[in-house]
Design a protein around this ligand. Structure first.
Ligand SMILES: Cc1cc2nc3c(=O)[nH]c(=O)nc-3n(C[C@H](O)[C@H](O)[C@H](O)COP(=O)(O)OP(=O)(O)OC[C@H]3O[C@@H](n4cnc5c(N)ncnc54)[C@H](O)[C@@H]3O)c2cc1C
Length: 430
C-alpha cells in the first residue's frame, strides 16, 4: 500500500463514516501513524440521502473527500481500499489493493441494509444507504413517471405511480414526506398531461407506531403530518415479499407497485475474519466493552453502527445513529492516547442530545431530553442541526442555498435522470 513503517505505532481505521472520521481527527495530530481505509474516497452524510433520492439536493453536496477532511496531517494516510479480511492472529488486513499490518485496529465499517434473509426483496427492492443507491432511486422515480405518461394500460400506470416504503423509522418517514411534496408541488407542473392525483405513497410499518425510538407525541404528530400530506400510513402491517411487481403482506392487502423502497432495518457491515459467533451479536454487531475493545482483543476496537456496547440503559447497544458514532470515535481517540501512554482508559458514556425527523416543509418533530416540540420551529432546528454536522463549508453553503431556493420556489431542481436505472437493471438481468 506504499505506507512507510515509522517508529510511531500504526493505528488502522476501517471506514471513513461518522465514527472513523471523528477518531481520525482526534488522532492525526498525535505521535501515531493513522491509516484510514474506505471503499469510497468520500464521507457520506447519510441523513440527507433521501433529499438526493427526491431531487432536493445534488449528491456532491452531501459527500466530502476524506483526504480533504484530514489534509495537513503528516502522519495520516488514506487509501481507497475494500477491506476483505482481518487476520487477527497476524494483525494484518487483506484488501483489494494489498495487505497491511497494524498495531491497533479500529473497525468503523458502519452498517448495511438488513433484508432479514429475504433474497427476493433484496433483489427487487430499492435501498437508500449509499449515494449510488439514492441516485438509482431518483432515476427510478422519474423514469416511472415518464413511463406512466406513455402507457395506456391503467393497471400498469397505477403500478408505476404507486410507491411503497417499508419501514416507518426516520428514513421511511422523511422519504414518504418528500415524495408527497413532489406529488403535490412538482408533478402537476412537470406532467400536466398525466393525472398525477393517482400517484400513491404508502408507508408500511410493522409495529403500531411510526418513529419507534422517539416519544409518543413525536410519533403521533409525524403520522398526522404525513396523513395531511396525503401519505397512506399502514401500521401493524408487514411486507412479506416483493417480486418486482406485487408486494405481499401479512394482512389482506397486497400492493401492485414498480417501486418498493426497503427502509426496514440495518445490520452491521461485518468483515470476514472478525465475525466470530463469540462476539457477533444481534443485528450483526460486534460486542465491545466500555472502552470499545472487541471482546477478547486488546488491540482491536469497534465504534459506530458496527459496535454493540451493552449498558443497563441500552441492553441492545446504543442506537445506530450518527451521535453515538461520533461520540464513540472521539472518545476512543482520547482512550488510545491514554493506552499508548500506559494510562487507564475511561469508559464511554453516551450523551443523548435527542433525536429528530422532518416530514416536509415546515414540519418536523424534535425530542430533546426535557423538551419535545413539533412543527415549524422543529423544522428550523432540524435544518440547523443538519447544516452544522455536514462536513465542509462549501457543502453547507450549497445545501443552505438549495433549501432556501426550494422553499421559496416550491421546487426541486435536481430531478434529473443522469444514469437511467431501468436500462441498468435490464442489462443486469440479461
Ligand atoms: C438514509 C439514512 C438516514 C439516516 N438518518 C439519520 C439521522 O437523521 N440521524 C442520525 O443520527 N442517524 C441517521 N442515520 C444513521 C447514521 O447515518 C449512521 O448511524 C452513521 O452513519 C453510523 O456511522 P458509522 O461511522 O458507524 O458508519 P458509516 O457512516 O456508515 O460509515 C462506514 C464507512 O465504512 C466504509 N466501509 C464499510 N465496509 C468497508 C470495508 N469492508 N472496507 C472499506 N470500507 C468500508 C463505508 O464505505 C463507510 O464510509 C441514517 C442512515 C441512513 C442510511
Amino acid at each position: 500500500m506504499n505506507i512507510p513503517r515509522t517508529s510511531y505505532p500504526r493505528i488502522v481505521i476501517i471506514g471513513g463514516g461518522f465514527a472513523g472520521v471523528a477518531l481520525a481527527r482526534k488522532l492525526s495530530k498525535q505521535e501515531v501513524q493513522v491509516v484510514l481505509l474506505d471503499k469510497n474516497n468520500y464521507h457520506n452524510f447519510q441523513p440527507l440521502l433521501y433529499q438526493v433520492s427526491t431531487g432536493g439536493l445534488e449528491p456532491d453536496s452531501i459527500a466530502y473527500p476524506i483526504r480533504k477532511i484530514l489534509k495537513n496531517f503528516p502522519n495520516f494516510f488514506f487509501r481507497l481500499a475494500n477491506v476483505e479480511f482481518i487476520d487477527t492472529e497476524k494483525n494484518e488486513l487483506r484488501t483489494n489493493i494489498g495487505s497491511l499490518g497494524f498495531d491497533y485496529l479500529v473497525v468503523a465499517s458502519g452498517s448495511k441494509t438488513n433484508y432479514f434473509g429475504n433474497s427476493e426483496v433484496e433483489k427487487n427492492s430499492m435501498a437508500m444507504k449509499t449515494i449510488p443507491q439514492s441516485l438509482d432511486l431518483r432515476s427510478l422515480i422519474l423514469e416511472n413517471f415518464e413511463d406512466a405518461l406513455l402507457t395506456s394500460d391503467l393497471n400498469e400506470r397505477n403500478a408505476l405511480m404507486n410507491f411503497v416504503i417499508v419501514g416507518g423509522g426516520p428514513t421511511g418517514v422523511e422519504l414518504a414526506g418528500a415524495l408527497a411534496e413532489i406529488k403535490k408541488g412538482i408533478l402537476p407542473k412537470d406532467y400536466p398531461d398525466l393525472d398525477t392525483r393517482m400517484a400513491q405513497i404508502n408507508l408500511v410499518q410493522s409495529s403500531d407506531c411510526l418513529l419507534k425510538g422517539m416519544s409518543a407525541e413525536a410519533s403521533q404528530k409525524a403520522e398526522d403530518f404525513l396523513e395531511k400530506l396525503g401519505v397512506n400510513v399502514w401500521k401493524n402491517l408487514r411486507v412479506t415479499n416483493y417480486d418486482g411487481s406485487v408486494a405481499t403482506t401479512n394482512g389482506d392487502i397486497a400492493f401492485k407497485t414498480q417501486t418498493l423502497v426497503w427502509a426496514a432495518g440495518v445490520k452491521g457491515a461485518l468483515i470476514k475474519g472478525l465475525d466470530s459467533e463469540s462476539f457477533v451479536t444481534r443485528g450483526n454487531r460486534i460486542l465491545v466493552n466500555e472502552f470499545s475493545q472487541v471482546n477478547g482483543f486488546e488491540n482491536i476496537f469497534a465504534v459506530g453502527d458496527i459496535a454493540c456496547m451493552v449498558t443497563e440503559e441500552f441492553p441492545t447497544g446504543y442506537p445506530m445513529m450518527a451521535q453515538p458514532a461520533i461520540q464513540q470515535g472521539t472518545q476512543l481517540g482520547d482512550n488510545m492516547l491514554r493506552l499508548l501512554e500506559k494510562k487507564p482508559m475511561t469508559p464511554f458514556k453516551y450523551k443523548d442530545k435527542g433525536s429528530m425527523a422532518t416530514i416536509g416543509r415546515n414540519k418536523a418533530v424534535v425530542d430533546m431530553k426535557n423538551f419535545k416540540f413539533q412543527g415549524i420551529f422543529a423544522w428550523y432546528v432540524w435544518m440547523f442541526v443538519h447544516l452544522f454536522f455536514l462536513i465542509g463549508f462549501r457543502n453547507r453553503m450549497v445545501v443552505f442555498v438549495n433549501w432556501v431556493y426550494n422553499y421559496i420556489r416550491f421546487d426541486r431542481e435536481a430531478r434529473l435522470i443522469i444514469r437511467p436505472y431501468k436500462e441498468k437493471l435490464k442489462k443486469h438481468k440479461k
